[in-house]
Design a protein around this ligand. Structure first.
Ligand SMILES: CCCCCCCC/C=C\CCCCC/C=C/C(=O)SCCNC(=O)CCNC(=O)[C@H](O)C(C)(C)COP(=O)(O)OP(=O)(O)OC[C@H]1O[C@@H](n2cnc3c(N)ncnc32)[C@H](O)[C@@H]1OP(=O)(O)O
Ligand SMILES: Cc1cc2nc3c(=O)[nH]c(=O)nc-3n(C[C@H](O)[C@H](O)[C@H](O)COP(=O)(O)OP(=O)(O)OC[C@H]3O[C@@H](n4cnc5c(N)ncnc54)[C@H](O)[C@@H]3O)c2cc1C
Length: 664
């Protein structure tokens, strides 16, 4: 059976050019070529083997992670990989590690918040990995409430130093990745106190461990917070705790790009918005949105290929059974996830553009778009990670019993991914930031201030608050204007209803707390509109390749109509559509599923994942699932011996006892 492509028939059915779709998925030919080359490089290197991760103890897993990171760094230098290639290498190695935080948060925090002088000093060390850093913000007692952090950094003018201190147990840093066992340095967020006054949260570079023997420096207590969910999974990461007992650092280790403390201890506030101290989080949230499509597409690739291989029922007169992918229920669960993977890809591309744009504006002292960038990164991070975590679990169920096996690749993917709903901002807390932004925008309607960017639609409130959908037949739901109008009207009406209910409260903050659940739903409606509108905007671009645009068109409308169906209560209760129009949307959705069906396997092939990266018996490119499931089963340590360890001590006596009792 080796060498046979069990999915060849599926691939032959495709009505578009997969190679062209690969370019669209990657973002450009260049991006495709880099990813393809680096993925193969990783797959062919035995050090990056990962198929046995679940069987390693925590210590073995951690050591193997250190080995992989060291080997990766060696290869990066040997092959002179540039920043983009090195990033892809870490991505395809696919093992959470301290390097994610070093490159993903420590370096960006210094870039964003350090002065030029500080950048020169610290980045030259960090870029060569002569120091390794992490991002130490969250504490045992506070994560979401950043303003509630307790760690203090008190300026001592006598010695020109800050004294970093953990005043209570709840002030201990708790969670930072890479902190537990690896980082030599951290950007520590602490309350800045000078001349007896508390100036709130600021970032400080603090050395934690000796560069000679790696032992913690005096008055620093540091360690790993313990094993996390799932075998393998995120346990390769040393999330840590950290306590300071009056640790002294030079004044120039406060990150001083935004605000400063002078030699005399005078606090010089920033002339830019103080929220820029949160800049690293905005950056990372943007990368997490881009990453959501990676995780979801991976799960969807496994579930789609397996659904084409798997057959149940429907055989007549000894014929073959039905492929489970042909059941409409399977399609109704799987294809919206396939469409979501593509949708998140394109909204991720757009968000990257928005982030670059706001960064350029900030450099030119234009802060006008900062609130929108914060709302978009927070809201889309929340929306895409929630949908991806739920989507991975749905893919596991789509694979039936075998999906529950570790070798399906899905349990580990879920366990690694699901904390994305919490880290970098709890998903509910983040949607509430969007809600605050929306309430402000609604309050300004009619004031002459025209909403722009992702809230531009609110400027058409007069129309959107009273319009009725003009859809009369199922195909009308393929009209972008009809879809956009329905999503815009729903989002606006939900936001306006919240604003009206809010206005009934004398105390606005009290009202906000009372209406939290409705506000989150309004924020989600706004974020879903963004994703739908960016997918539609993508279709307006010049996309070449045989049949590619047609497929993307189908996926776009599956995404939109699936959301409409899922949130029908919103659309009906806000009178944006009628029950008849909802039913027509459903008819159109079923028709789209039929059109996507012959292309499904090719649409996941377009992700161009190697078998190494997928690490899934069910998602193998060749579809040769059953013999490989047996191979994996035989590898399990329980099958090392025919009679298990413990038989003589614990099984035999029980069996014998039962036998004796039966004879009596
Ligand atoms: C790291 C590698 C990345 C690679 C990713 C790809 C692969 C991923 C795979 C694996 C890697 C995983 C790595 C995980 C690492 C995880 C790291 C972390 O979790 S770090 C810690 C993150 N912590 C948080 O996110 C905390 C959440 N809380 C907050 O952000 C804030 O406190 C808040 C809840 C948003 C605000 O609280 P509050 O209302 O108290 O606000 P204030 O602080 O008083 O501020 C009020 C005004 O400021 C505005 N605001 C708030 N945040 C921002 C911002 N970021 N930018 C701009 N403006 C902001 C807010 O809107 C208020 O405005 P006004 O109303 O006053 O106008
Ligand atoms: C795997 C992982 C890696 C991490 N890595 C890092 C790292 O590298 N560096 C770092 O500094 N931190 C890190 N963190 C910490 C992470 O950022 C926080 O856990 C996260 O911000 C959530 O904060 P919390 O734990 O305080 O949750 P809490 O705020 O305690 O949330 C608990 C519950 O309360 C709800 N809630 C809280 N506030 C409100 C509110 N205002 N309104 C309504 N509901 C609310 C939440 O929705 C949630 O349901 C990591 C966490 C994890 C899980």
């Amino acid at each position: 059976m080796e060498g046979i492509d069990h999915l060849a028939d599926e691939r032959n059915k495709a009505e578009f050019d997969v190679e062209d779709m690969k370019i669209v998925w990657a973002g450009s030919r260049h991006a495709f070529e880099v990813s393809d080359r680096i993925a193969r490089l990783v797959a062919s290197d035995p050090v990056f083997e990962k198929s046995n991760r679940a069987r390693l103890s925590r210590k073995e897993l951690f050591k193997s992670t250190l080995r992989k990171c060291a080997h990766a760094f060696k290869r990066i230098i040997e092959l002179r990989l540039n920043e983009e290639e090195a990033g892809r290498l870490r991505h395809f190695i696919d093992q959470p590690a301290y390097v994610d935080l070093h490159w993903g948060m420590f370096v960006p925090a210094i870039k964003g918040q350090g002065t030029e002088e500080q950048q020169k000093k610290w980045l030259s060390l960090a870029n060569k990995m002569q120091i390794i850093g992490c991002y130490a913000q969250t504490e045992l007692g506070h994560g979401s409430n950043v303003q509630g952090l307790e760690t203090t950094a008190t300026f001592d003018p006598k010695t020109d130093e800050f004294v970093i201190h953990t005043p209570t147990q709840t002030a201990s840093k708790w969670w930072p990745g890479g902190l537990g066992k690896v980082s030599t340095h951290a950007v520590v967020y602490a309350r800045l106190i000078t001349n007896g006054k508390d100036y709130g949260i600021h970032g400080f570079i603090v050395q934690l461990r000796s560069l000679e023997d790696h032992s913690p420096l005096p008055n620093i207590t540091v360690g790993d917070i313990g094993t996390k969910m799932g075998n393998g999974a995120y346990n390769s990461m040393d999330n840590g705790f950290l306590m300071f007992d009056h640790v002294r650092i030079p004044r120039d280790q406060m990150l001083m790009r935004l605000s400063k403390v002078t030699r005399e201890g005078e606090y010089v506030p920033s002339d830019v918005p103080k929220q820029l101290v949160y800049g690293t989080m905005v950056y990372v949230r943007q990368t997490i949105v881009a990453d959501a499509s990676n995780a979801l597409s991976r799960a969807v690739c496994i579930a789609t290929r397996y659904s084409a291989v798997r057959r149940q029922f429907g055989a007549h007169n000894g014929g073959i059974e039905t492929q489970v992918i042909d059941y409409k229920t399977q399609q109704n669960r799987l294809f919206p996830l396939l469409a979501s993977a593509y949708a998140f890809r394109f909204v991720g591309e757009w968000l990257k553009w928005l982030y670059t744009d706001v960064t350029e504006r900030l450099a030119a002292s234009d802060f006008a778009t900062l609130p929108e960038a914060h709302a978009c990164t927070a809201g889309l991070k929340s929306l895409t990670t929630t949908a991806t975590a739920d989507g991975i679990e749905e893919c596991r169920k789509l694979c039936g019993g075998h999906g529950y096996l570790w070798c399906s690749g899905l349990p580990e993917l879920f366990a690694v991914y699901v904390p994305a709903c919490t880290y970098e901002g709890d998903n509910v807390v983040l949607q509430l930031q969007v809600a605050r932004f929306l309430m402000k925008t609604v309050a300004q309607l009619g004031s002459g201030k025209v909403p722009v960017g992702t809230t531009a639609y609110m400027g058409r409130a007069a129309h959107l608050l009273q319009c009725r959908s003009g859809v009369q037949k199922a195909e009308d739901w393929l009209n972008p204007d009809a879809v956009l109008e329905a999503f815009e009207a729903r989002a606006l009406r939900m936001a306006v209803t919240c604003a009206k209910n809010l206005s009934k409260f004398e105390n606005q903050e009290q009202g906000f707390q009372e209406l939290l659940a409705d506000l989150v739903e309004a924020a989600i409606a706004h974020c879903q509109l963004i994703v739908v509108s960016k997918f539609i905007a993508k279709l307006e671009q010049d996309i070449g390749g045989k049949g590619v645009k047609k497929q993307l068109n189908n996926l776009c409308y599956i995404y939109a109509l699936y959301l409409l169906h899922k949130h029908l209560g919103d659309f009906l209760s806000t009178n944006c559509i009628t029950p008849k129009q909802a039913s027509l949307a459903n008819d159109q959705l079923r028709s789209l599923y039929t059109q996507v069906r012959p292309n499904a396997v090719a649409l996941v092939d377009a992700f161009n994942y190697t078998d190494h990266y997928l690490n899934s018996v069910l998602g193998r490119y060749d579809g040769n699932v059953y013999p490989k499931l047996f191979e994996e089963a035989w590898k399990d340590p329980l099958n090392d011996s025919v009679v298990p360890d413990g038989y003589h001590e614990y099984l035999r006596p029980v069996l014998k006892q039962q036998l004796r009792t039966a004879r009596l």
